[in-house]
Design a protein around this ligand. Sequence first.
Ligand SMILES: Nc1ncnc2c1ncn2[C@@H]1O[C@H](COP(=O)(O)OP(=O)(O)OP(=O)(O)O)[C@@H](O)[C@H]1O
Ligand SMILES: [Mg+2]
Length: 367
Amino acid sequence: MNPFSYGTIVKNEHFYDRQEECSRIVSTLSNGNNIVLFAPRRYGKTSLVFKVIEELESQDIVCVYFDFMPVFSVETFIINYVEAIKKKQSNLQNFIQTLAGVVRNIRPKLTFDISGNPEFGIELLETSVSAQTLSEVLDLPEKLAQSGKRIVVIFDEFQEITKFDKYNFESLLRSKIQQQNLNYLFLGSRTHLLNDMFNNKKRAFYNSASHIQLNTLPKEETISYLHRQFSTSGITIDRENALLLIEEAGDIPYYIQLLAAEVWQYMINSEFVVTTEVIKLCSNKIIELKQDYYFELFDRQSVLQKKLLKALVTNGENVFSSDYIKRFRLSATSSVQKAIVVLMDNGLIDKTMNNYFISDPFFRRYI
Ligand SMILES: Nc1ncnc2c1ncn2[C@@H]1O[C@H](COP(=O)(O)OP(=O)(O)OP(=O)(O)O)[C@@H](O)[C@H]1O
Ligand SMILES: [Mg+2]
């Protein structure tokens, strides 16, 4: 088994560091505040949140985790949200009773599978979801909390809520949160959209949650992790090469594990010491494998977006300054601003402090 893991939530031996961030989130939520967690793509937000859930649940706080990504309609939101809440209920009878009492146009259904185990489902009694039903469903966690344990609701990929503008979902949820005695944790991978939701004075969620920013994983912890995981197969990596691997992966948690997995795959059964050549070779192999996709991705960009991507390979600071625009032969500041927004919305670039960077370090190298 490859000792490195990427592309899914990491747990146990694949998860390291983040103790500080974890305790900060846990204590902020336990103290009754809401949080929005910011980080560029693939920094480990969802994995950290699962760690937070473990901690909170050990304190007897019920955590409802809800991912907005697969939600494509308000109907699916309602069905999936009720299901996510139900999953965390120990008393099904009580849940069904509360649901029936709180949400008028949903009928809980209890059926039995072939082994006689009860299976829960819901039926929507209206052809299209009304604002009333949506409002009642959003009240459900609080109504359940009244009859017992504390509840924290976690909304992942929260920026996707903007898909439901016609329901005024954003302002409805905001007003619910103000009235409810629950706590919420928000996160998402499209930082630019999430940022606007929480930092724009005109938006409903402005000033509604404490901000927590997630950085890359500390280098020393990553070096120890690389040592530890390689050594399970008798492979050694010295400090210098561990640092090189981190650098090649753009110091981004996901890409560190991706490149390390590739190196491990290359070495297993033949070599025992990770060398600079092996890291470079594997890094090139990743680019080679994705070359067609990268070509197509780059080709799809407008002329200005292409120029900007090329400029960002060299430098991501002060991109709106006249010096920068002159140096990279870009056009008017307003066009550069628009191009930056498009690239961010499409997930090609990200931003930390005042620095814009290409999200995928291998795409960056390709360019
Ligand atoms: N604490 C960690 N320890 C080790 N690896 C990690 C850690 N956090 C993240 N990773 C690596 O990064 C990958 C992405 O993690 P995760 O899905 O949690 O990030 P994310 O920020 O939610 O990503 P997205 O922006 O795509 O939603 C993991 O599969 C793993 O390889
Ligand atoms: Mg995520």
